[in-house]
Unconditional design. Sequence first.
Length: 450
Amino acid sequence: MLQFFGRGDELEFLKERYGSGKPELIVITGRRRVGKTALVEKFLKDKKGAYILAERAPEQIERRRFARTLSKAFDTYIEPGDTWSDPLSGVTDLDRPVIVVDEFPYWIQYDEGVTSAFQTAWDRKLSNSSAFIIIMGSLISVMESNVLSRRSPIYGRRTGQLKLEPFEPWEIDGFLKKWENDELVCAYSALGGIPYYLKEMDSSQSFIENVRNTIFEPTHPLGMEIDFILSEELREVAIYELLLGELSKGTCKIMTVADRVGIDRGNIYKYLGSMERLGIVTRVRPTLPKGKLGTQSRFIVSDPFFRFWTRFAYPYRSELAIRQKDGATTFLKKEMNAYLGVAFEDVVRRSLPHIVSGIVRWGTWWHKGEEIDIIGISSTGPDIVGECKWSDLTAGEARSIVDDLARRSGIWDPKKNIRFLIAAKTVKNRKELESEGVIIVELEDIFNIN
């Protein structure tokens, strides 16, 4: 049994659909290692169901294996037949059979006709039965094009869809119960909220030791993870790695990125768009006072695991390949605090909707060398400007930040009275500033979100 944390809402969704008694075809998506299998295993615990992990094998072999799995699970012979629709149709007379097909894209890659067979089985028999079918997949590009898109034969047949997201920063303490809040930020900044990655951490060791033993270890699954994901989802892996390397350095001008990587400027957005669809990078624009977005844009490496790997492992990939870890470790120790300054901004932005009410849009802003980390737009217009600092602020430092926010807010929107926000590990004069209307967000506030 896989260790299971959280996912109460997702589990309740599946239980409600199961309780309906109606035929269901549920599609569950989510990136690799996010916990889809653990979720359905938990759901199946008290139910009679069949689970099969698809493999890249000839259709006839997989179809027979599928029929054997169904036969064993439901204590009845299921005929493999000549098409995928045959074993599926064989369960229609059973009482609420649950069938889970994991990594469904593997079957699609070997035989695209499998989606048409599922459509046939659903239209002819399953839609009039009590069958409860779950289709899952980690290959985002295949799931989007062959299962979720309007071109898919099973488009319009699915009765429910669930996208499993990574855990939020304040939800990961269940995996690392011995770590303090600042260590949890380190973990999230490197691993995101991916359950499998978090479970690979040893709470008795330091963050640096864990990185050496996992991400910097070429024989460890986390040491091989980035190459696996890129090679599964994309072609020209080396080009995408070079792009990630440039973006991780903070190169903002897209045409400069193209020139440094050696990509034709006319093709750069194609590559960036592919990574954006996978959730690896995000295109951001400055938030203007009226809530609109500026025309300037930047692409940032937004996935924490990719961002960390690109910053600290990728530059030392040759050394790490032969298990020479000292260079990468020294660089990590030297640059980690600066890296956390950027990563902490991401943690704060994710937490603010749960801490500060009345804001309809959160964003950021930059123009001609001036930047504001946090922008908050309410229903009546500009409301909040904020600064994030990965440090314990003294009273003087906090006061200086307020003064500078007042200056920069005047550049951003000189006609509006703006509230100020400071996010930091701790703020010495918190009560004093709050009495003046300044919003203070400390680490403790973030990890106390329910």
